[in-house]
Design a protein around this ligand. Structure first.
Ligand SMILES: [Zn+2]
Length: 428
């Protein structure tokens, strides 16, 4: 039964090649928080007894999904951006993640993180935590309290990392099982996701145990793939029997045996790309991070033409901005740099990056990221009056908000049909 009908200027991407635009349109939402209908004509919707909410001239768009972000690196956002990957990890990332052994510290930081994700309009995220089980639990509870969707990964790591960030395999498994026991609901908004940090930081035993956890509890998997040439060479050394970096995950059941997303894929090609396609492994494209830690330009156009699903990730703190709108801008700009080198592959368009951030990334969380009937109603109401919209089309208004706007224009946020108020205050 239809519970609410929202009226606004509606924009979303059913297909990646173009926007669906409904001037003064209606979205009807049922009691389960799912879209029941979307139309320009109210008469076509059977909505007797439904509550009508009129957002006037505002824009109504699907909420953002962040497919790759490191919550414990939030404090490092915007610092050490003049280093390359390995130096940045050793000197900044690992020391900060070590602090999450202290759950009080974790709670203080994670409250900020969840509040700021809310602020930038990201209602679902695929998040790395640290290896610390109790701090990871704190983050999951904060997401649950907020009513925001998240797949949260306790990080598996036990080699090529500082002693303080290494955990025995058995302890890792027990930690996961205790989180699974608390967040067991397959329909729940917040769920654990199996998260080996990346092949170089996991022994074969750790990778095998991760694959077994994913299979046993039917959990999603996330990790990093082919971000940097040094890393790829290291994987070749550590897993000599694997035919590619992707194959090193595949051998342990961590490459699409359950829904899987791999961040970066800057150097993914040939056999690895074919395997991703075959297994339906998603790409989390993180253009800001690729620039900041100088890894390279991912061949996103090729991924799309090969039929791979690509979403966008902020990759805090390799990436410097939590806003997926800003990440969209960088994705277009990076693809234009790629185009300058290779005119055979066209650069990305606004509808394509919007689709990547909404319907494509959303598919990792279920039926999320579109206003088609049956999709969970995750939405943002954008009041762009201060961006002088008078003489622009609806699409131009959206584009200007993406390029010029920020959280000040995001007036309301919805996740699975529920309006989400600002989460938890930040302790002084
Ligand atoms: Zn990452």
């Amino acid at each position: 039964m239809i519970k609410k009908v929202y009226k606004a200027n509606i924009l979303y991407t059913k297909e990646r090649s173009r926007f669906e635009i409904l001037e003064n349109g209606y979205v009807a939402v049922d009691a389960n928080g799912c879209v029941a209908a979307v139309a320009t004509d109210l008469m076509s919707i059977d909505c007797e007894n439904a509550e009508m909410i009129d957002f006037g001239d505002r824009l109504l768009i699907p909420a953002m999904n962040d497919l790759h972000v490191h919550a414990p690196q939030y404090r490092n956002q915007g610092i050490a951006m003049d280093l390359e990957l390995m130096e940045w990890l050793q000197n900044y990332t690992f020391p900060e993640e070590t602090k999450y052994a202290d759950t009080a510290y974790a709670e203080r930081m994670y409250r900020r993180f969840v509040r700021d994700l809310w602020r930038v309009g990201t209602m679902r995220s695929c998040t790395f935590a640290t290896l610390h089980t109790e701090s990871t639990r704190v983050l999951m509870r904060l997401f649950r309290e907020a009513g925001m969707g998240a797949l949260v990964g306790k990080v598996g790591m036990n080699r090529t990392c500082p002693e303080s960030l290494s955990e025995p395999v058995e302890q890792m498994v027990q930690g996961y099982e205790s989180l699974i026991a608390e967040f067991n609901d397959p329909e729940g908004l917040v769920r654990p996701i199996v998260t080996p940090r990346f092949v170089p930081s996991c022994t074969p035993e750790m990778l095998r145990a991760c694959g077994e956890l994913a299979a046993k509890y039917q959990l999603h998997v996330q990790s990093h793939l082919s971000e940097n040439r040094g890393e790829i060479a290291l994987v070749r050394q550590l897993e000599p029997e694997s035919t590619s970096y992707g194959d090193a995950y595949d051998r342990y059941g961590l490459f699409g045996q359950t829904p899987t997303v791999m961040a970066h894929c800057v150097f993914t090609e040939g056999e690895e790309l074919a395997l991703m396609k075959k297994r339906g492994v998603m790409v989390a494209h993180c253009p800001t991070s690729n620039l900041n830690v100088t890894t390279g330009i991912a061949p996103v156009r090729q991924f799309l033409s090969e039929g791979l699903l690509v979403g966008l990730g902020s990759d805090i703190s390799g990436g410097h901005t939590l806003s997926i709108f800003q990440v969209m801008v960088y994705a277009i700009q990076m693809s234009k740099l790629h185009y300058q080198r290779d005119h055979a592959r066209s650069f990305l368009t606004m509808s394509e990056v919007f689709w990547m951030a909404t319907k494509s990334a959303g598919s990792f969380f279920g039926r999320v990221g579109s206003f088609e009937p049956g999709y969970e109603f995750d939405a943002l109401v954008i009041d762009d009056r201060d961006l002088n919209h008078d003489h622009y089309s609806l699409l131009e208004r959206l584009e200007r908000f993406i390029y010029l706007g920020d959280d000040r224009q995001i007036e309301r946020r919805f996740c699975r049909g529920r309006e989400i108020p600002q989460p938890v205050s930040i302790p002084k």
